[in-house]
Design a protein around this ligand. Structure first.
Ligand code: IPE
Ligand code: IPE
Ligand code: MG
Length: 253
């Protein structure tokens, strides 16, 4: 398939200015921080710190490559089951990055949004997140979603709950619920679906990431631990993506 045809297959991608062959929306399951630390005899917290540095590099590279939307899976609904100390370390890291990275995001034209159940992190982090979202709201170069306390099933259940609530209150006609309107009740309302989902660390599973939105995403699994991930690895994933033929259920060309 030619690059031009692929841009067409991406739908609005061409119109949005994404370069041909470059995914308009990339989701990344940033996995392998713990194994990276263990391999070096370091505490897991240092693996997470190195992972945050990798995230910073990739935000920059994705912006330069012309990606319009980047969703980073940083903490899943299920990650609350980890030892309290690790949850504490991860929360501290988020607080630190929110405090120190916002000016860089503004400079790079990055608009930050957090999806997931942010309330579970407590009022202090909620305030910091809301402030960072407001401060970066003018960014137009790259839309960055960070998925925190995020789970695809929880997100879909919350949407169903809200729809049921409105139907019971008589403000929503159940017959009007379709795929498009349902999507409007998700954390990703108004955003394009991911074209490419990358998972690092060698695991080949979705782990509850963007279940609804990933219906027609392409998947790339890379056998590299997240703290070692850089522009070269991102470029390789994009190269793989560019060779895929996306059909969306239609007959092969
Ligand atoms: C990903 O790295 C970060 C989070 C899930 C918070 P892990 O902490 O899962 O690292 P591994 O998979 O144990 O190596
Ligand atoms: C998925 O990684 C969640 C994030 C990367 C934030 P996990 O390490 O939690 O996933 P599993 O447990 O290997 O499926
Ligand atoms: Mg893991």
């Amino acid at each position: 398939m030619s690059a031009a045809a692929r841009a067409t297959a991406n739908g609005p991608a061409a119109a949005s200015g994404t370069p041909p062959g470059v995914p308009r929306h990339v989701g990344i399951i940033m996995d392998g921080n713990g194994r990276w630390a263990s391999a070096r005899g370091l505490p897991r917290a240092l693996g997470h710190k190195a992972g945050a540095e990798a995230a910073r590099r990739i935000i920059e590279s994705a912006g330069h490559a012309g990606v319009g939307w980047l969703t980073l899976f940083a903490f899943s609904s299920e990650n609350w089951q980890r030892p309290a100390e690790e949850v504490r370390d991860l929360t501290a890291l988020m607080r630190h990055y929110l405090a120190t990275e916002v000016s860089r995001l503004i400079k790079e034209g990055v608009r930050l949004r957090v999806i997931g159940e942010r309330e579970r992190f407590g009022p202090e982090l909620v305030r910091a997140i809301t402030k960072a979202e407001a401060a970066t709201a003018g960014g137009t170069r790259l839309n960055l979603n960070v998925a925190l306390s995020y789970g695809g099933r929880a997100e879909i259940a919350a949407a169903a709950r809200e729809i049921a609530r409105r139907a019971a209150a008589g403000t929503l006609d159940p017959e009007t619920v379709d795929e498009t309107s349902f999507g409007g009740f998700l954390g990703t309302a108004g955003m394009p679906d991911p074209d490419l989902i990358i998972r690092t660390s060698g695991e080949k599973r979705i782990s509850n990431f963007l279940l609804w939105q990933a219906a027609y995403a392409e998947f790339v699994f890379q056998d590299v631990l997240w703290p070692d991930y850089g522009p070269k690895e991102l470029e390789a994933a994009f190269g793989d993506y560019a060779r895929r033929e996306r059909r969306f259920g239609a007959r092969a060309a």
